[in-house]
Design a protein around this ligand. Sequence first.
Ligand code: 5RP
Length: 219
Amino acid sequence: MTSQQDNDKKLAAEMAVSMLRNGMTVGLGTGSTARFALHAIAEQRLEIKGVPTSWQTAELARSLGIPLVDINDVPYIDITLDGADEFTPSLDLIKGGGAALLHEKIVAVRSRQLVIMTDASKRVAQLGKFRVPVETIPFAVRYVQDRLAAMGASSSVRHGVLTDEGNAVIDADFGLINDPAALGAQLKAITGVVEHGIFAGMAALVLMGDNGRVERFPQ
Ligand code: 5RP
């Protein structure tokens, strides 16, 4: 990753953090862009309560003094700030490069607003260059891979990786995805699949850092 990319992620994260207000319950995403957001929250001494999407994020939040709350102890989350592996200008996403997709999706559906922070390398016209992460019960891995093959996807298991819920991650290559929501529904229907990394129509806003400025989607 270039330092320009890092700088753009940081800019996008700082703009997302400027949307926060004291007293909010905030979903805290996972990954390098989300880390920039956590640092900005701590630096600005914002009085928020965070709902982390992974143990790594929870650890970082604790180390920065950001108070955390259990997702089951709040009626909703005001806003979630998270990264993505790919996004389209029509706000479909692929997430899960950091294997946190299940908790990220639960936090997203519990949120009034999902704000995605990225750099320009994540923007695509159509999803599918990044393989779709499929979180799977370990007992079902071979079966799920066979079903993915029957759907026309090559796939591989992410070796040495278990999610926070103890599941395996299979990365599936479907080529360019014409209908992300339909593919997501098909994946969800496979027995043994817990969740997949297609976030279709869930984001309210994408903030994309690009060469020192931030572009918004929708514009
Ligand atoms: C983790 C994710 C991340 O948001 C995604 O991988 C982007 O990461 P980064 O901000 O490091 O580029 O979905 O499961």
